[in-house]
Write a protein that binds this ligand. Structure first.
Ligand code: 16G
Length: 246
């Protein structure tokens, strides 16, 4: 931020030039991931800019996700963990609840929602009888507008007779109708994203992803939901509490 030369960083309003200069500083490693940015007042003194201009540049960096602002301690260069959501592996929760608990808004783009002839995999997983149809809900799930996962849920019609009744939350509908699962087995494997999935998730083909399969059951043991999901590899930290086996 040398006052002699920083103003030469291209054209545009002062706050845009300052923002770009800080982004360059981050790219060059002057401000490494996780490092604090100098306080607003210091940047103003260094550059000779007004605090309003500096604040505007910092605001834009925060909106772009380049920095994170922490109450009372200032701004920090976004590190790999700042863009990840901590997800417990020991609680049976829904995407909507998980995001609400973090103060994030969950939205979805529907890819498929209806009643279908089941695939052999669905017949086996959900123990369907011949002639049974299956309810399918496929969604791209977003948190505060950021794509997080593609989820493909399949349910027997006795659990979800009307797939269109699911607006925002599947588990909310199951709760309301007394069909909420109480137990699930979840399997997670590492994958490289294919072209279609990476596009939906806003990533590049071959980027890292996680394949998650959840098989959930009602209290009486009946299969409730078989969900195959693809999660972004860069958006989650999965956490489980471990206890010494006795
Ligand atoms: C979670 C579940 C998914 C379930 C969904 C319901 C995984 C890894 N997680 O994302 O099985 O269908 O929650 O969410 O599969 P909703 O109630 O917000 O629709």
């Amino acid at each position: 931020l040398d006052p002699e030369n920083w103003m030469q960083s291209g054209s545009g309003p002062r706050y845009v030039r300052l923002r770009r200069r800080i982004e360059e500083g981050i790219a060059e490693g002057t401000f490494p991931a996780g490092a604090p940015l100098p306080p607003e007042r210091e940047i103003a003194t260094l550059t000779g800019l007004s605090r309003v201009t500096v604040r505007k540049a910092i605001q834009e960096l925060a909106e772009k996700g380049v920095i994170v602002q922490r109450q009372g301690s200032g701004s920090f260069v976004t590190g790999p963990d700042d863009r990840r959501v901590e997800q417990s592996l020991s609680r049976l929760t829904s995407f909507t609840d998980d995001m609400a608990r973090r103060g994030m808004e969950s939205t979805a783009t529907w890819l498929e929602r209806g009643i279908f002839f089941p695939s052999p995999e669905e017949v086996v997983a959900l123990a369907l009888s011949s002639g049974d149809s299956v309810a399918r809900l496929s969604r791209l799930r977003l948190a505060d507008g950021r794509p997080m996962a593609i989820e493909r849920a399949s349910l027997p019609l006795e659990i979800l007779p009307d797939p269109k009744s699911v607006g925002r939350s599947l588990y909310e509908v199951l709760e309301r109708t007394g069909k909420h699962p109480v137990r699930a087995i979840q399997k997670i494997s590492a994958i490289n994203l294919g072209p279609e999935e990476s596009g939906l998730l806003g990533l590049q083909p071959n980027d890292a992803g996680l394949k998650i399969e959840r098989m959930s059951y009602l209290k009486d043991g009946r299969a409730a939901e078989f969900t195959r999901s693809t999660y972004r590899g860069d958006a989650y930290n999965f956490v489980a509490e471990l206890r010494l086996a006795s």
